[in-house]
Design a protein around this ligand. Structure first.
Ligand code: TYM
Length: 465
């Protein structure tokens, strides 16, 4: 059965289809059939969500006692798609509501425990702390794994500049952990074509950024024998198998559907409209014959932040229609901007970000100057009333990067009670980030052109199953 979000997207596409048939002065019977289909879908939508379909208003929640005023507020507030993340709440996006809207599943403690059981390893702190909070079909991956079947990991990066920020590291650090504990191959798509289509950059720049960003990705510690990193600009032309899958997806997704999912308009260039098929193709194992031969039955698991989910809702919708398995997903929350959790950290705003190229001094200055504080205005008030870690960006960053659970909990309590001042909390964050980023820079320095070439050469990978 479709989720509310899937049905909403199908309905939006069907509404556009009706309008188009009418505009083209289609046959009466054709118009009638399209309208009837639209009406049936509206009924299904109301049945599923308890609310009438409204164009431009995605579903919020399905429970009967939903407060419409609250829904309205949320619809206006939380925007999450591959290009925009924003909310008016200082605590950040309401992820519980997003799960309902997107129709994914919460990562329950039971799933975290199962991952620990299956791998025999302590779950990564991103899992323990709910930073990876949502999934699609992760139980299926574990079922397959337990019955000795393999799977592969797929993640990616849109190289829009030479420097990545620490937020970009979240999916990659987690993917590295998954690769280690499951011992599985990984493909990393560098969408230099996407960035060329969306940004005011030359093809040469985008390709150059691919090679620069690949160094940062390699510096996360991925296994050279188990990892293939590829530039779309290079691999699309070099791999007939990959391009065949792109074309298959293109044939089975309509313009109306991508308009519904991604909000494309008639004035978007045609490259953008067909691009989602290129991000979909790595989800199918036979796109990589050098790794999987002609097998199309190796299941794919995609770790990413939840902004990328629209691409994979489309992929999961199309997969069974072209005879492939749906990819599974693990979604992370967003690493917030320095100015507050109303937006994600984004490379397009230098002051909102801590880059992997920043010096120790820049890190210190940015945190001290820009990190939004949940502390009180004066020391006296702070000591008396305590701070609010739920909106404090320095504390949020520590939840991502301070690995010691007990130390983190003590910081939370001390900040809340007022025993720990904002300056002291920021100092703790600076002292966590500076060595972490310096160590990354040192590992990156050791990545040679030859290492990059090795990771980016289509080749056989080594994995146990
Ligand atoms: P890009 O380059 O925007 O982002 C790369 C990865 O980082 C995640 N991300 C974040 N995670 C946490 N906090 C943040 N502030 C933050 N900002 C970005 C993104 O979700 C992504 O996982 N089109 C994609 C490239 C791509 C891809 C994929 C990503 C191609 N195939 C498969 C994930 C999975 C892009 O432009 O990502």
């Amino acid at each position: 059965m479709s989720s509310p979000m899937e049905l909403y997207e199908q309905l939006t596409a069907q509404g556009l289809a009706v309008r188009e048939i009418k505009a083209q002065k289609g046959e009466k019977a054709e118009v009638e059939a399209a309208v009837q289909r639209l009406l049936r879908m509206k009924e299904d939508y109301k049945h599923l969500t308890g609310r009438d379909y409204q164009a431009g208003r995605p579903p919020a929640r399905t429970d009967d006692d939903a407060d419409p005023a609250e829904d309205e507020e949320e619809d206006e507030d939380d925007q999450v798609d591959p290009w925009n993340v924003s909310t008016s709440s200082a605590k950040g996006v309401d992820y519980a509501k997003l799960i309902v809207r997107f129709g994914s599943c919460k990562i329950e403690q039971e799933l975290v425990d199962r991952i620990a059981r299956v791998t025999g390893k302590t779950p990564h702190h991103f899992l323990r702390r709910g930073i990876f909070f949502s999934h699609r079909d992760m139980h299926q991956i574990l079922d397959a794994y337990e019955s000795q079947k393999s799977f592969y990991l797929y993640t990616g990066r849109g190289p829009s500049s030479g420097a990545m920020h620490v937020g970009h590291m979240i999916p990659f650090l987690f993917t590295k952990w998954l690769q280690d504990v499951f011992d599985v191959p990984l493909v990393v798509q560098m969408t230099d074509d996407e960035k060329y289509l969306w940004k005011d950059l030359s093809l040469e720049d985008c390709h150059r950024y691919t090679l620069e960003n690949a160094r940062d990705i390699i510096a996360c510690g991925f296994h050279p024998d188990k990892t293939f990193i590829f530039s779309d600009l290079d691999y699309m032309g070099a791999s007939p198998a990959f391009y065949r899958n792109v074309v298959k997806v293109q044939k089975h997704v309509t313009f109306n559907q991508v308009k519904g999912i991604f909000g494309f308009t008639d004035s978007d260039c045609i490259g953008k409209i067909s691009f989602p098929a290129i991000q979909a193709a790595p989800s199918f194992s036979n796109s990589f014959p050098q790794i999987f031969g002609d097998r199309n039955d190796v299941q794919c698991l995609i770790p990413c932040a939840i902004d990328q989910d629209p691409y994979f809702r489309m992929t999961r919708d199309v997969a069974p229609r072209i005879g492939y398995l749906k990819p599974a997903l693990l979604h992370s929350t967003f690493f917030p901007a320095l100015q507050g959790a109303q937006t994600k950290m984004s490379a397009s705003d230098a002051n909102s970000s801590i880059f992997l190229t920043d010096t120790a001094k820049q890190i210190k200055n940015k945190v001290n100057k820009h990190a939004f504080s949940g502390g009180k205005d004066t020391v006296e008030e702070h000591r008396k009333f305590g701070g609010n870690p739920d909106v404090d960006v320095s504390f949020m960053y520590l939840t991502f990067f301070l690995e010691d659970d007990e130390q983190l909990e003590k910081i939370r309590q001390d900040y809340r009670s007022g025993a720990l001042l904002t300056g002291e909390l920021k100092k703790c964050l600076i002292e966590t980030l500076q060595p972490m980023i310096a160590a990354h820079q040192e590992r990156r320095r050791l990545v040679t052109d030859e290492t990059v070439r090795q990771f980016m050469t289509p080749r056989k990978l080594h994995f146990s199953r």
